[in-house]
Design a protein around this ligand. Sequence first.
Ligand SMILES: [Zn+2]
Ligand SMILES: [Zn+2]
Length: 257
Amino acid sequence: MEIQILGAHSIEAKGLRLASFLVDGILALDAGGLTSSLSLAEQQQVRAILLTHHHFDHTRDLVTFGASGAAFPDPVDVYALSESLDIVSSCLLDGRMYVDFSTWPSEEKPFLRLRAVEPLQTLIVEGYEVSPVTVRHSVPAVGYQVTSSDGKSLFYTGDTGPGLSACWERISPQLLLIEVSGLNDLGHFLKSVGHLSAQLLKDELAQFRQTKGYLPRVVAVHLPPQYQEQVEQEVRDAARQLGITIDIGYEGMKIIL
Ligand SMILES: [Zn+2]
Ligand SMILES: [Zn+2]
């Protein structure tokens, strides 16, 4: 399994993109930075998109990807909670701001096929076993465990605050892509809006190890560029306290499992 980080940040700027990840070139996790990071030929290889929640920084390239799809012969499946799909449909693909690619070029054969998922209802997507697991964000949100046919697996949290013990019980990944959205000093605020600081991450990882008896490789994503250096230092401190390494995700990073 090859995981490519397309977007590793919570804010977009030159060289920095919003949350987006690509598994083996065909399965996308979130769509914050899908089109700006892939050639048209690479976009055409994408067969399915898993959305963690409806927030704009995780979904907005559905629109630009839909526009690219005018050149593609095959439809693409978009998976998300029904609550997320409702908002994506009514706000992002509303047919007023731009084209509703979930009904284009026709209602019968649209380019984007919206498919609802339910927490803990495992499904097969393009040969991968996909398990949506509830996480703790400010809006309904799931993380996804994605397992390939040869047994390699990752878990991507999307946006989440602390309190993930029930989530940890449900997953056993070799790789954990997990968010760190702000500084330790802002921990109370981050918790209140469903995000993690490095310190909060440390507590969640300690809980993971206690629950599962191991820790997977950990890569921090959804970083705030305005505090990049400080957050990296705080993540390193948290890793040292846990006695592990935590990698900092970046645009273009490739991970092989
Ligand atoms: Zn969010
Ligand atoms: Zn976000």
